[in-house]
Design a protein around this ligand. Structure first.
Ligand code: DOR
Ligand code: ZN
Length: 345
């Protein structure tokens, strides 16, 4: 196949940041994607509907002229989140989902949830009004090995929560393990999972073999190869419970290339090319549209986009920049370690 036309994709997990960084990266998303779920882990985080309204305004003002792009806003769940504020946010059409960061799990998550009892009033209201919970599914207890944190989260936090609130609609974000895939498949309802571009391509060797490579470090951290293969099988299967959430997370190079580097991989600019490569390798190009453009909107109860994009396979590899320059500094672009021949026309 040399050319593939699909409905315009959406990104169901995106870090746009704010200010100069946002201005430097937003065009890489709005060029290809119609909508994205915007993560709320700013400093300070987006915790109220009023915060989200103001942030949305800043995003809309930064969209490059000529692009149409709809930011879907999320709120950062805290132990003090007001159920009434959530309800108002959903009723006004502003809030698409609420994000759960276990405190300390990742970048700017220290204001997240430590004691789940304290977040129960908000979670109960969400279950009642049908507001989805997007979950960073890792425990943060220091005695749990970082490669086991997703599985332990499923067993000790997510499954008990879903048993307690079966009506709560949960998106397990950036699934990185076969345990996560199996858990999602075993659920009867109200559970789906997003998968990133980079977790379909790298395993943990990318971070650690031949030297330490900070631009492949993200959270949840990439796991061993058998897990990557399970993610590939789920993403390329067409199963409606799995869809794209890039988790594209720009950090400036000095914050990645240092003694204690930040987690995050920047993939917005080449995600569609990477995905076309992955789906082609797995003889599943006919299911790329389901993963990138259909399953996500169906899960969130939104229509698929009417517009389309066309991917073309070029004879020569497509040139993506190794780095982009933003007003906040230089950001390294995800290098899939193979040439990319698919291009968005
Ligand atoms: O790698 C990551 N980067 N994982 C996250 O959960 C957060 C993100 C960020 O905001 O940089
Ligand atoms: Zn993220």
């Amino acid at each position: 196949m040399r050319s593939l036309t699909i409905r315009r994709p959406d990104d169901w997990h995106l870090h746009l940041r704010d200010g100069a960084m946002m201005e430097g990266v937003i065009g890489d998303t709005s060029r290809h994607f119609a909508r994205a779920i915007i993560m709320p882990n700013l400093v300070p985080p987006v915790v109220t509907t009023a915060d989200a309204r103001a942030y949305r305004e800043r995003i809309v003002n930064a969209i490059p002229d000529g692009d149409t792009f709809e930011p879907l806003m999320t709120l950062y769940l805290t132990e003090g989140t007001s159920p009434d504020d959530l309800e108002e946010g959903k009723a006004s059409g502003l809030i698409t989902a609420v994000k759960l960061y276990p405190a300390g799990a990742t970048t700017n998550s220290h204001g997240g949830v430590r004691d789940f009892e304290k977040a129960m009033p908000a979670l109960e209201r969400m279950a009642k009004i049908g507001l989805p919970l997007c979950v960073h599914g890792e425990v943060t207890t220091p005695d749990v090995d970082i490669f086991d944190r997703e599985k332990v989260f499923i067993d000790t936090v997510l499954d008990p929560l879903r048993k307690r609130l079966p009506e709560l609609k949960v998106t397990m974000e950036h699934v990185t393990t076969s345990d996560g895939i199996d858990y999602i498949k075993s659920a009867e309802s109200n559970l789906a999972g997003s998968i990133t571009t980079h977790h379909l391509i790298i395993n943990r060797n990318a971070i650690l073999v031949g030297g330490i490579r900070p631009h492949y470090y993200c959270l949840p951290v990439a796991k061993r190869e058998s897990h990557r293969l399970a993610l590939r099988a789920a993403a390329t299967s067409g199963d409606r419970r799995f869809f794209l959430g890039t988790d594209s997370a720009p950090h400036i190079d000095p914050l990645k290339e240092c003694g204690c580097g930040c987690a995050g991989i920047y993939t917005s600019i080449n995600t569609m090319s990477c995905l076309a490569h992955v789906f082609e390798q797995d003889n599943a190009l006919d299911r790329l549209e389901a993963f990138a453009s259909l399953n996500g909107p169906a899960w969130y109860g939104l229509p698929a986009n009417d517009e389309t994009i066309t991917l073309v396979r070029r004879d020569e590899p497509v040139d993506f920049p190794a780095k982009i320059e933003t007003g906040a500094g230089t950001v390294t672009v995800f290098d899939p370690m193979f040439p990319l021949h698919w291009d968005v026309a």
